[in-house]
Design a protein around this ligand. Structure first.
Ligand code: PLP
Ligand code: TYF
Length: 410
């Protein structure tokens, strides 16, 4: 009875990782999956994480493997809201922020999709063109219809801002716009603050719902609060008549990749206290039901690590420093790669590598060039030309530049 089941192609990103693992050439470089690597190419356990782990293990009250509450570890959910919205907005509007712990950013998106499909099934979900491949799959798996908004202009390597605005203006009223909060994946290109203001005003004007996907907070500028600019503006300007939804991942900015730590937040519309007092527990109970029926309780270990960091000022400050360590090393590698390509006189302009932000550069290399980089130089990146800059280091950046130079010329 399983004979008719169709075999699906392997996941493209994890396929890169697999081919890289099997490659036995002496010099090889992995610029595939967006995961931070240190200057020796190794995964990096943040000093703030090590300190939090020591604290957890030393404390008999936290060192156990008991179940968490269904909606998550309170130190995580409360701390996570502050990271995203800032102390001030949280203090002012705490009654309007509903947060549940999620299985990292993917799980937060899944909860969002379930919630939308249950209560707003007719709404169309607008995704950026291009976007993280999983977005479409997550929303469509819940039976939601997706569409796209123009984002990346490949010819000019810039934002298709006017077309983006026009799509917001012509979408059916009350549509859902999925916005990358910062450090857009895969392009590394974010709207400017002025552009964000206009986008958000227009979303509000047409009563659309903004869903912010925050998977790289801290990687765009090095500052967690600066990188929350769009989310905070959205909260102030949009959460008036409509709710805003935020999906938050700690995979990259705390290095919790495999531990699956994240949160899903709904900011309730700004209504009377009496209304909020009724809406809040209703929404909370529905989110708890989604979590309960799928994972019963969220995973504890990574949540304790992030919760411990966020509940301790010393560890929080250490985390801010760690964030600078990661983002500044990536920025330095952007400059080194661009400079090396300029020095080699590689045909083309390479300034976009420095101007883009976050973990990725949308290099502009063609699929054929990417293929040759892998086959002939053991340099692995996504077929779209997306390179994870975190995979570069002092030891391999010159090699990568020479490899790019060769495939561009021949
Ligand atoms: N959203 C975007 C744009 C991403 O790039 C990612 C992963 O890299 C995620 C969400 C979710 O990742 P995770 O489930 O590992 O938190
Ligand atoms: O775009 C990237 O490189 C990462 C890869 O569950 C990824 O988002 C893919 C699947 C997943 C988490 C991360």
């Amino acid at each position: 009875i399983l004979n008719e089941i169709e075999q699906l192609p392997a996941d493209a990103l994890f396929g890169i990782k697999q081919r890289y693992g099997q490659d036995d050439r002496a010099t090889k470089v992995d610029l595939g999956i967006g995961a931070y690597r240190d200057n020796t190419g190794k995964p990096w356990v943040l000093p703030a994480v090590r300190a939090a782990e020591e604290k957890i293990h030393a404390d008999v009250a936290t060192y156990n493997h008991e179940y968490l509450p269904i909606t998550g570890l309170p130190s995580l959910t409360k701390g996570a809201a502050k990271v995203l919205f800032g102390e001030e907005l949280v203090a002012k509007h705490s009654d309007r922020i509903v947060t549940v712990q999620s299985i990292s950013g993917t799980g937060a998106l899944h909860i969002a999709a379930k919630f939308l499909s249950k209560f707003f099934s007719s709404k169309k979900i607008y995704l950026s063109d291009p976007t993280w491949a999983n977005h479409k799959a997550i929303f469509e798996a819940q039976g939601l219809a997706t569409s796209t908004y123009p984002y990346w202009n490949a010819a000019s390597k810039s934002l298709r801002f006017q077309e983006f605005l026009q799509t917001i203006e012509t979408a059916p009223e009350g549509s859902v716009f999925v916005l990358h909060a910062c450090a857009h994946n895969p392009t590394g290109l974010d709207p400017t603050e002025e552009q964000w203001a206009e986008l958000i005003d227009t979303i509000g004007k047409y009563d659309h719902i903004a869903l912010f996907d925050s998977a790289y907070q801290g990687f765009a500028s090095g500052s967690l609060s600066k990188d929350a600019y769009a989310v905070r503006l959205g909260m102030q300007k949009l959460a008036l008549a409509s709710p805003i939804l935020v999906c938050q991942s700690f995979a990259k900015n705390v290095g919790m990749y495999g531990e699956r730590v994240g949160c899903f937040h709904i900011v309730l519309p700004n209504q009377s206290e009496e209304t909020t007092a009724v809406v809040r527990p209703a929404v909370q109970s529905q989110l708890a039901k989604i979590v309960r029926s799928e994972v019963s309780n969220p995973p504890a270990y990574g949540a304790k690590i992030v919760g411990t960091i966020l509940a301790d000022d010393v560890l929080t400050n250490q985390w801010y420093d760690d964030m600078i360590t990661m983002s500044s090393r990536i920025q330095k590698m952007r400059v080194r790669l661009r400079d090396a390509l300029v020095e080699l006189k590689t045909p083309g302009n390479w300034d976009h590598i420095v101007e883009q932000c976050g973990m990725f550069s949308f290099t502009g290399l063609s699929p054929e060039m990417v293929k040759r980089l892998e086959e002939e130089h053991a340099v692995y990146m996504v077929g779209s030309g997306r390179a994870s800059i975190a995979g570069l280091n002092e030891g391999n950046v010159e090699y990568v530049a020479k490899a790019i130079d060769e495939v561009v010329r021949h």
